[in-house]
Design a protein. Structure first.
Length: 266
């Protein structure tokens, strides 16, 4: 049986050249399924705001919502390390508020680590939160909480921007992050960053050279019909299966074919 994955083991995986697998989950049943599939890390992503709550961006997601989802994931008792996203405006306004909110995510949400978006601009927060023994995963490149500054979900770090992204990666590592998500950057830049850093890089739309990969569970299962980014590989197409199951139920009830004696009490 697989044993509980810890942060030292995640760090060892980079040293041993073992790829790190990460998927999102936001609730108890998906956490069980994702953990049963053998991932190393479950990310309770603020992407929940888009794929579950139906918002256009992750910006409206609140601390209380993230704590609710993290608790639901933890109830599945996963072997995978549970990392929870810190939502927009829960850590950007200052070190004290950031530490308090990251503490809530560990204490009330049951998360084993938190993830914050930003590079050099947020290094002071990563340093403060790590220094009180809350493990932090960084997230640089295309950072969805910066959608308005970026003018949309656009690839970052092309050409002269590459140096800034490398500086962000080094700042995040130096501040004490145990790993960093590289999102939406050229594959060659992600490869350079992965070589340069001693902490693991987890790629999403960042090519194949990262130490690990992360995707959103609804995207790989074909549950999010709203959009499908280029970097997503769809491993199942569940939306039509679910629609067809629902249509069969509706037809059975309308036609009097459900419930039968089999589903009734005597
Ligand atoms: O919120 C999320 O799911 C994420 C991943 C896509 C990296 O941040």
């Amino acid at each position: 049986m697989k044993k509980k994955i810890t942060i030292p083991e995640i760090l060892k995986m980079k040293q041993n050249g073992e790829r790190i697998t990460v998927l999102t989950a936001y609730d108890f049943p998906f956490a069980r399924l994702v953990d049963g599939g053998g991932v190393d890390v479950i990310l309770v992503g603020d992407s929940v705001g888009v794929v579950v709550a139906g918002h256009d961006t992750t910006l409206p997601v609140t601390m209380d919502e993230m704590i609710y989802h993290s608790r639901a994931v933890k109830r599945a008792d996963p072997k995978a390390l549970v990392v929870a996203d810190m939502p927009f405006m829960s850590y950007q306004t200052g070190i004290e508020e950031a530490c308090r909110n990251c503490g809530r995510m560990i204490k009330e949400g049951g998360a084993e680590a938190v993830k914050v978006e930003g590079g050099s601009n947020i290094a002071h927060v990563i340093r403060a939160v790590s220094s009180i023994d809350i493990p932090v995963m960084g997230h640089i490149g295309l950072t969805p909480q910066s959608v308005h500054r970026m003018g949309g979900y656009k690839v970052q770090g092309r050409n002269e921007q590459a140096e800034r992204i490398m500086d962000d990666a080094l700042a995040v590592q130096h501040a004490g992050a145990f790993a960093v998500v590289l999102e939406g950057i050229p594959a060659s830049l992600a490869a350079d960053i992965t070589k340069e850093l001693t902490i693991p890089t987890i790629g999403i739309g960042a090519g194949s050279s990262c130490d690990g990969q992360v995707l959103v569970i609804h995207d790989i299962l074909g549950l999010c019909e709203k959009y499908s980014p280029k970097f997503v590989k769809r491993y199942a197409d569940l939306a039509p299966l679910i629609s067809s199951a629902v249509a069969s139920y509706v037809a059975d009830v309308k036609n009097g074919e459900f419930p039968t004696a089999e589903h009734s009490f005597s």
